[in-house]
Every structure is written in structure tokens, then in C-alpha cells.
Design a protein around this ligand. Structure first.
Ligand code: FES
Length: 158
């Protein structure tokens, strides 16, 4: 009877000794992931997504940014939208084209003009209203074309 009691006593104390660390580890695991996940992940994505559409949404819901109105682009001239860095030209009445307004020489913005070409104020390059190609240097490369949509008086990026 005493031998059985010793075995039961030893087995019982061993089980208690093993069980205490396991319980302690489970308790610490429950606290850390729950607080970290709720604090850091949920507020940041919801804060960023509403601010982006309000910054981009000027007038056109279908994606293209407003570049100019037809009346701001002279026939035989060009209008520069400095924010969009796009120059809109009207080589002949009702025929609108658009190009990057960043000069291919050293990156200045070209200027609005009514004199039949797209001038760059920095070093005097001039570009064609028709295709953005250089008419006179120092620039040797054409302005990159930009696709546009003309809807009535509104000219937007396509
Ligand atoms: Fe335009 Fe030099 S940057 S001509």
C-alpha cells in the first residue's frame, strides 16, 4: 500500500510539474497576437483608400484627367497644362492633338503659343503642332504623343 502510494504521488507530482509550463505558455500566446493584429493592420488601409479618389477626382469619372477646353487651344497653336505636363495643339480648326510637354532636350516644360509651333523657352527648341517632332534644335527627339478624348468643349486624357 505504501509503494503504490509513492508511485501515485510521484506520477501525480510529475504531471503537475509538466502541466504548469504548458499552461503558462498558452496564456502568453493568447495575449500578444490578438492585440498586435487589431492595433496595426485595420486602421491604415481604411485611412488610405478614401483619400486617393478625392485627390484624383477633378471632373471626369471615366479615368481621363481634364487637360483643356477647346476654346483655350488656339487654332495654329498650343496650350500647356503644366499640372498634367501635357501640351494640347490645334494644327487646324477642330483637329486636336496632345504630347508630353516635357522637352526632349533637357526636360523644361514647353510653352503655350499661337505661332504655329510648340516652343521651349529654355534653349529655343521648337516642335511641330502635328506630330511633336523637332522643327529646330537643340532637341532632336519628338515630344511623346498623348492620347486624348475630345467631347464637345472638353479635352481629356484618354
Ligand atoms: Fe528645351 Fe533645352 S530643354 S530646348
Amino acid at each position: 500500500m505504501t509503494a503504490i502510494n509513492r508511485r501515485r504521488a510521484l506520477t501525480g507530482s510529475a504531471a503537475i510539474a509538466v502541466g504548469v509550463p504548458v499552461l503558462a505558455a498558452c496564456g502568453s500566446d493568447d495575449d500578444s497576437p490578438a492585440s498586435g493584429a487589431t492595433d496595426s493592420s485595420s486602421p491604415s488601409p481604411s485611412d488610405e483608400s478614401p483619400s486617393e479618389p478625392s485627390a484624383d477626382g477633378t471632373e471626369t469619372p471615366s479615368g481621363g484627367a481634364a487637360l483643356a477646353t477647346a476654346s483655350t487651344v488656339p487654332v495654329g497653336g498650343c496650350f500647356v497644362n503644366a499640372d498634367a505636363k501635357v501640351v494640347v495643339t490645334q494644327p487646324t480648326e477642330g483637329d486636336f492633338k496632345a504630347f508630353s510637354a516635357v522637352c526632349t532636350h533637357q526636360g523644361c516644360l514647353v510653352e503655350s503659343s499661337g505661332d504655329g509651333e510648340i516652343p521651349c523657352p529654355c534653349h529655343g527648341s521648337r516642335f511641330s503642332l502635328e506630330d511633336g517632332s523637332p522643327v529646330s534644335g537643340p532637341a532632336t527627339a519628338a515630344l511623346a504623343p498623348v492620347e486624348i478624348t475630345v467631347d464637345g468643349d472638353s479635352i481629356t486624357e484618354a
